[in-house]
Design a protein around this ligand. Sequence first.
Ligand code: DOR
Ligand code: ZN
Ligand code: ZN
Length: 415
Amino acid sequence: MFDLVLKNLKLLDYSSEVSLAIEDGKIAKISKSSIEGDKEIDLKGQLVLPGLIDPHVHFRDPGLTYKEDFRTGSMAAAHGGFTFVMDMPNTVPKTNSYKAFKEKQKIAESKSIVNFGLHAGYSTLDEMEKILELNPMSFKVFMDLETDEDLEKIFEDISKLSETNKKPIVTVHSEKRDIVLEATENLKEESEAIAYSYGRPAESEDASVAQAIELSKKYGVDLHICHLSTKNAMNLAISNNVSFEFTPHHLLYDNTAFNEFGTLIKTNPPLREKGRNITISDLNENSIIGTDHAPHSLEEKTKGVWDSSPGIPSLETVLSLLLTEVNKSNLDLNLIPKMFSENAAKRFNLENKGFIKEGFDADLVVVDLNKEGVFDIGNFYTKAEYSPFDGLPYKGKATMTIVNGEVIMEDDVII
Ligand code: DOR
Ligand code: ZN
Ligand code: ZN
């Protein structure tokens, strides 16, 4: 007898309904014939996908827990169908020392209801060498905060790290600091939210992505670009064989959305002009979705174009947003597990994750493709009290999230 058997479910690779048995937190058996378990759940023909993996979240813990903490963030993740998140290092203190990294691991272990990995901040060579022992998902470089000289040094230092295990990945926020500073200075009298888009112009991302690629080649560093938002930068990354992430907001909106949502949709990098922006037609079998779930307090989000905090919470909307596009025939359903699970698991070397296969971890999301509703942030688990998607209709939703073989979310309720 197995611990748990899911019955009458659809998998994308099978033409008929199957049963899926879970034992000790792993997928033990997938079969077209019936299997018996200590516990059985009839999924009545719903689709099961590998649990979603988000390579890019900001859970603000420690130090900024009035915005989010590892408990609320991971509950939001589970609500959205995510079973694995990778947290960014811009917390307080930054996750750029052995001590801070260990401390955050402890916090996450005690509070997180989903599996997690941590991105590290960069620091001295010595400290980064020590952090490597703790298996960081990557070293994250906020290129928008650094001078050219400092970036040269950071990439050089990272290239010197010993490769005892695997070569570390360097994830980058790519916007060019000097271009942003100058453009922002020129526009500082503007008060319309859309000015933000031109204060951090598309050219600054294009130039920064080019610089990141050049530095990664020069120093032999394994590069991954976060929240890529311009067509030019995307083409550059593709032609240089560099991996990157798309956010839901950059895929679905251009900068005219500033006129509708104001500073609530302010984010770095900002939404781009139509024509220069990436769109869902750019998604393909190699794509990775990273939400850049970046919650702030409502007060921080409403301080005018230049002083409002950049960031959008996305964990609880992204799957439904893209399933809605599937239902409108704008997107191929077969891409969903690739861009939400498989490709991130492969890129970040997550063993036994990202696929529904016997022997793999039982991290799963059950999806009702026909479930219709309207996003209501009143029912969200994130501490963020805003979303540009609030009130929008959707079709397609996560109805159950299973982590390590245990049901942790069912019909919007965290268990
Ligand atoms: O919009 C953003 N918000 N971009 C970033 O790079 C940081 C993030 C945050 O931490 O709020
Ligand atoms: Zn960023
Ligand atoms: Zn981010």
